[in-house]
Design a protein around this ligand. Structure first.
Ligand code: C2E
Ligand code: CA
Ligand code: CA
Length: 758
């Protein structure tokens, strides 16, 4: 018989054991769940980054392809073959013919800055006709004779015309850099040639990210790391073995842990016209450590272990939760508080009606740094700016990053006068040259200032008014500007409208294009159309472009907007061309596009993707746009023009143009502003201006267009003055595409019915 006390003891032990079991299981599951959660969060972030990186790589491939196409279309190669004599004789003769070929090759560097090192033009027999390395053309004696041995030659020949071949990565014999090459066939006058250029692998390098995250491009055959976002690309021995197991596993897409790093990867396999078989991989130190140790030992040590684990997991959870909370309230790049955190601190500072001031500081031309030097340098600049602002800010102040290049500073307890002194000091701190890698950068900044209680007593108002003051500072080219209610042109509605516009670009039922015909004054025929944007606002109804375009132009929103318009217009032009009624389409451009060196490449990419011939696209620019930064604008304009896109100078007569400058602009058409055309009938001065503009345009070899032609009288007057083209309500208002199609049929019929066209 077992004694009662023994049963009780047994029951107690069993209870204890069961309790222990429950405790351990719950500890283990909670630990595992915590780990899981952390790991899932990490995988998710890595996946997102991976998606961006693969898109970027694809984009690089596409861009260099588009540029190769543009190059192949250059008439200089045809002119070369057309000229009399053998290739050898022509090369030996040198002169303007070869100079033009070399210029076309050297020009690639401007189309694709910092990415192209070598470019050449090769005959079908493998002899180089011209070669340019880092902008310098090679002497005739240095040209290679047997390019048919090069890896690009055979595949390019086999692909046939109009397709670009991209080779595997190699070390360039000309520049010594790691590159891939792009080549395309061109045929002219019974000859076949190839244009070929190298794109540096380093240009595929993605901007470095924070938290020891790295983006890499890995050769899918050898596992060699071609590009690592953290280091400059050089051709090295395959010292980095990290990705070898990934390559061995051979999977297309997934996540795995390698060497303590969590890696999200995707393969970008080789295709017929791209020999690169790559993995794009994004990695970060693995979120899970070796936590399972000791949990399998069934003993009291287990309990201790479990308790310890509870403690550790609690601590680690706390730090994890803290870091999550920190991520939600801090900017990942600079580590500064973000807008939410800033608002929260402002609310605290203002509690009980205490005084405080808020400053918003914006860097001028930051976009240019990004565009010209790349996002990596842009990021480095922001980090340094954050450091300098933090160092220069008085103690107790909060420096936050609240936008791409917008920093906010909260000065608790400050009144306007002292905040102004601080603002000057902060801007002065940004005035010393920044050294980023090897670049010296001078940064200008503006600041908007608002103080409580005079400019608002709650955080949102204060920040909004500081923002309005910043806008005023930019407009008036002031460095620091205080909020001024008299100048606040309803920032509320402006901001709301900008938000609505941003959403409208994403939606596809609000923005559309209307088309207005341009008519040849001599023949009456329609020579093209101008695309004009229309916005059907969900609550405000139809918005005139004059109301939202200038607003978009004052922000970076004009870029996606222009892209959107170009996209619709090019597709429409392609539709008309495919239907057998090709009509050149003119799209209006804003200043910002002309200052963006990447813009031309973007247009080429669009043409390439849709297959629209460049001759069917026209871009309308204004003088003021081109004058804003003539040298930069000229580079972009030349690139567009050389690719066969025609350019039109819009609103002529309204700006202050210098003749010397006008002559340098590669435009094909001049549009006389409608105000002069409309006033022509009643005002002698305006008639003189129209007459002068027509003569001037013709002397420069340009077509002249009169806009705002509203009646027959204007048509006759313009015909007499020898104007080429007219556009205006007299012919038709801007119309949606289907209405335009119907109009065109009726108009063409009435034109055909006329006895003779003059
Ligand atoms: P714009 O480039 O000078 O365009 C011509 C404007 O004159 C258009 O106004 C057109 O509807 C109007 N118009 C045409 N014929 C006549 C006429 O006989 N009489 C009168 N009184 N007006 C005529 P809209 O469509 O309101 O566009 C206004 C401006 O907005 C444009 O001036 C252009 O600067 C800008 N814009 C329009 N669409 C776009 C776009 O897609 N992108 C950019 N960046 N700007 C655009
Ligand atoms: Ca226009
Ligand atoms: Ca115009």
């Amino acid at each position: 018989m077992i004694s009662r006390s023994a049963i009780a003891r047994l029951a107690r032990s069993a209870g204890f054991l069961i309790g222990l079991l429950v405790l351990v299981t719950s500890v283990v599951t909670s630990v595992l769940a915590a780990r899981d959660k952390q790991a899932t969060a990490q995988d998710h972030t890595l996946d997102l980054t991976l998606e961006q990186q693969t898109a970027a790589v694809r984009n690089y491939f596409d861009q260099s392809r588009a540029i190769a196409q543009v190059l192949a279309d250059s008439p200089v190669f045809i002119d070369f073959y057309k000229a009399p004599g053998t290739n050898k004789e022509k090369i030996a003769a040198g002169g303007p013919l070869l100079e033009r070929v070399n210029d076309a090759l050297a020009y690639l560097e401007q189309l694709y800055p910092g990415r192209v090192g070598e470019a050449c033009f090769v005959d079908q027999d493998g002899t180089q006709i011209a070669r340019v390395v880092d902008g310098y053309s090679s002497a005739a004696k240095d040209l290679r004779q047997n390019e048919e041995m090069a890896s690009y030659f055979g595949p390019t020949m086999a692909l046939g015309p109009a397709r670009v071949y991209q080779t595997r990565a190699y070390q360039s014999p000309d520049t010594g850099r790691a590159v891939i090459s792009n080549s395309i066939l061109l045929t002219a006058y019974g000859h076949t040639g190839i244009v070929h250029f190298e794109t540096s692998l380093d240009s595929f390098r993605m901007p470095a990210t924070t938290g020891d995250r790295a983006a890499s491009i890995v050769d899918a055959e050898s596992g060699q790391v071609f590009v690592d976002s953290r280091v400059e690309t050089t051709i090295t021995e395959n010292v980095d073995q990290t990705f070898v197991p990934l390559v061995r596993a051979g999977k297309l897409k997934g996540t795995m842990t390698l060497d303590g790093r969590r890696v999200a990867f995707q393969r970008m396999p080789a295709t017929l016209n791209n020999a690169n078989d790559w993995y794009v991989a994004v990695s970060a130190p693995s979120a899970d450590g070796g936590w399972t140790q000791g949990l399998s030992v069934w003993s009291l040590a287990l309990l201790l272990g479990a308790l310890l684990t509870i403690l550790v997991s609690g601590l680690s959870w706390r730090s994890h939760a803290l870091s999550v909370r920190r991520a939600a309230s801090h900017d990942a790049l600079t580590g500064l508080p973000n807008r939410e955190k800033f608002n929260e601190r402002t609310r605290t500072a203002l509690r009980g009606g205490r005084p405080a001031a808020a400053l918003i500081i914006n860097l001028q031309g930051f976009r240019t740094v990004n565009d010209v030097l790349g996002h990596r340098h842009g990021d480095l600049l922001l980090i340094q700016v954050a450091q300098r602002l933090t160092e220069a800010a008085p103690s107790g102040a909060t420096v936050a990053r609240i936008g791409a290049d917008d920093f906010a500073v909260l000065l608790p307890g400050d009144d306007l006068a002292s905040a102004r002194v601080t603002a000057d000091r902060l801007l002065a701190a940004l005035h010393h040259t920044f050294l980023i890698d090897d670049f010296h950068l001078d940064v200008e900044a503006n600041a908007g200032l608002a103080a409580a209680p005079e400019h608002g007593t709650d955080a949102e108002t204060l920040l909004r008014h500081a923002d309005a003051a910043l806008h005023l500072a930019r407009e008036q080219a002031a460095t620091v500007q205080e909020y001024d209610a008299a100048h606040d042109t309803g920032a509320d509605t402006r901001l709301e409208l900008l938000g609505d516009l941003r959403r409208a670009i994403g939606a596809d039922d609000q923005l559309s294009l209307h088309y207005q015909p341009k008519v040849c004054l001599a023949s009456g025929r329609v020579t093209g159309v101008e695309a004009l944007i229309r916005w059907q606002h969900p609550t405000l109804g139809r918005m005139a472009p004059d109301r939202f375009i200038p607003m978009a132009e004052s922000t970076s929103l004009i870029r996606p907007l222009t892209t959107h318009v170009l996209d619709i217009a090019v597709r429409q032009a392609k539709l008309w061309a495919d239907r057998g009624t090709p009509l050149p389409i003119a799209v209006n451009l804003s200043t910002r596009c002309l200052l963006d060196p990447g813009f031309a490449g973007q247009v080429f990419g669009l043409l390439y993707r849709t297959g629209l011939p460049a001759a069917l696209l026209k871009l309308e620019i204004t003088e003021s746009a081109a004058m804003a930064d003539p040298d930069r604008a000229l580079t972009v304009l030349r690139a567009l023009h050389d690719a066969g896109i025609s350019l039109s100078l819009d609103d002529f007569g309204t700006g202050h143009s210098s003749m010397a400058y006008l002559q340098r602009l590669p435009v094909d058409e001049l549009k006389i502003d409608k105000s002069f055309v409309q006033a022509m009938a009643s005002s002698r001065a305006d008639e003189v201006l129209v007459r002068t503009a027509i003569t001037l345009g013709h002397n420069l070899g340009l077509q002249v267009v009169a806009e705002g032609v509203e009646d027959e009288t204007a048509v006759v007057a313009l015909q007499e003055l020898g104007c080429d083209i007219a556009q205006g309500y007299h012919y038709a208002r801007p119309m949606p595409p289907d209405e335009f199609d119907r109009w065109l049929i009726t108009y063409s019929e009435s034109l055909a019915a006329l006895p003779t066209a003059s």
